[in-house]
Design a protein around this ligand. Structure first.
Ligand code: FAD
Length: 466
């Protein structure tokens, strides 16, 4: 039986980073992946495909130019599903190639097959044609990620009633789509389909969406969605889903309301992919959504030599954070120095428009009783915004009245997920309002919005004592 220092189960962002880190320490590493190719949800059905789809839609529809040329402007008339898929496959192949090369360069061994524990130090891997291989290791990292939650009451058919993995292979673009679930994935797809001129209804049982985002941003974002004609059915529980024929789907909501569309996307949650792991054999238990509990600093499970990272441990379930968790878990597992991550990480929602945020929301600052002041800038106040024809876009910063430190930075609009990193750097380096007021920003840029927002806050802040 082959023995490794570390066996990583799953080759998504968490597994990949952990394996490369362990290899860089000179340890022997095996990555087991049940998928046809490496990369995980991030590369095959999640982050990269959905962002590629978004970019393709924005390019083909001419979305970014409509501020100038009007709502009827299109780069390509009659966009079809094939147009969207073409770019998807090119991007994914490139991503996988980079990954495979990274593994090969760093001498990480990969094995295709489904892993399951035999006992606390051994796994078996069931290959594609049923052959079984056995491996042992000193340490394990479980990085198996998640799969879409598919409750029994949803009659998924792979063509008209789809989950968030299946939507990427949609046969033809719908005229009307109902998206169930206003979490990050639901909101992203709802706004992308709306940019394609599909009639979109977004259904959510709760009365609000994206509760972890600053409410001023959510209000601005919600207004933009409504303005584009997206129907929001919030506070509406789904009672039944019916298909009356091809492309004739109906969602019956509590209270009797009905929503008809050609296609339904069910995007209400995901489950940890832990069923096949035979966790009983290593004395590990999951919660009701198949997720594992770990020490949040070390990523160690209740079994000391078994670690877990990425979506399988739950919030925040991002590729960005999964990579860092995987890297830190590998350091911890192998007894190497691992520094604590900075307090705040950015959150990016690639809806149309983008939302990105780092640090405390205004609601959190209030709850903690911190005296504060906010500064806000609209992208249309920047010259770059004029040049780009932007009508929307908002950047909000929150500063402590006492220390003048930046407490939170929240952006909705074009380029938000890139722009947020300026706020992130200042926040984690414990910078103050003065950083933005006293520094020169490239002109014309959207980043200038930082200065405008800082000056807006400065107008209401007590004078700085020097
Ligand atoms: C539609 C969508 C959009 C997203 N957009 C973003 C975004 O914009 N930004 C962002 O940061 N994050 C985004 N995410 C989240 C991101 O994709 C995940 O956070 C990330 O992929 C989690 O990485 P992971 O390593 O935990 O697991 P995964 O990427 O889920 O990979 C787990 C791997 O383990 C394998 N596996 C499972 N069980 C076994 C087994 N028993 N044996 C062997 N292999 C196994 C699976 O085949 C899979 O390849 C998105 C997710 C979705 C679904």
């Amino acid at each position: 039986m082959e023995h490794y220092d570390l066996i990583v189960i799953g080759s998504g962002p968490a597994g990949r980073r952990a394996a490369i880190q362990a290899a860089k320490f000179g340890r022997s590493v095996l990555v087991v992946e049940k998928g046809r190719r490496v990369g995980g949800v991030s590369v095959h059905t999640g982050t990269i495909p959905s962002k590629t789809l978004r970019e393709t839609v924005l390019n083909l529809t001419g979305w970014r130019e409509r501020g100038f040329y009007g709502r009827s402007y299109r780069v390509k008339q009659d966009i079809c599903a094939e147009d969207l898929r073409a770019r998807l496959h090119i991007t994914l192949n490139h991503e996988i190639e980079v990954l495979e090369n990274q593994f090969a360069r760093n001498k990480v061994t990969t094995m295709r097959g489904e892993a399951r524990f035999v006992d606390t130090h051994k796994i078996e891997v069931i290959g594609e044609s049923g052959e079984i291989h056995h491996f042992s290791a000193g340490r394990f990292l479980i990085a198996v990620g998640t799969k879409p939650f598919r409750p029994d009451y949803v009659p998924f058919d792979g063509r008209y009633i789809l989950d968030s993995d299946e939507i990427l292979e949609i046969a033809e673009l719908p005229r009307a789509i109902t998206v169930i679930g206003a979490g990050v994935i639901g909101v992203e797809y709802a706004s992308i389909f709306s940019a394609l001129d599909c009639h979109v209804t977004l259904v959510e049982p709760r009365n609000s969406m994206l509760d972890f985002i600053d409410s001023e941003l959510v209000a601005d974002f919600t207004h933009q969605l409504r303005d584009r004609g997206i129907a929001l059915r919030f506070g509406s529980k789904v009672e039944r889903i019916e298909k009356h024929g091809p492309g004739q789907c109906e969602v019956l909501l509590e209270g009797g309301r009905r929503v008809r569309s050609d296609v339904i996307l069910f995007a209400a949650g995901r489950m940890g992919s832990t069923t096949a792991l035979n966790l009983d054999a290593c004395n590990l238990e999951t919660d009701h959504r198949g997720r594992l509990k770990v020490d949040p600093m070390t990523f160690q499970t209740s079994v000391p030599h078994i670690y877990a990272a990425g979506d399988v441990i739950g919030f925040p379930s991002l590729a960005s954070t999964s990579m860092e968790q995987g890297r830190i878990a590998a350091c911890q597992a192998l007894g190497e120095t691992a520094y604590d991550p900075p307090e705040y990480f950015p959150y990016g929602i690639y809806a149309v428009p983008e939302i990105s945020t780092v640090g405390m929301t205004e609601e959190e600052v209030k709850d903690r009783g911190i005296p504060y002041e906010c500064g806000v800038a609209r992208f249309r106040e920047t010259s770059r915004g004029h040049i780009m024809g932007l009508e929307t876009g908002l950047l909000k910063m929150i500063f402590s009245l006492k220390t003048r430190r930046l407490l939170g930075c929240h952006i909705v609009g074009e380029g938000a997920t890139e722009l947020v990193h300026i706020g992130q750097a200042v926040l984690n380096l414990k910078g103050t309002l003065e950083y933005f007021v006293e520094n020169t920003f490239n002109y014309p840029t959207l980043a200038e919005a930082y200065k405008i927002a800082a000056l807006d806050a400065w107008n209401r802040m007590p004078p700085l004592e020097r």
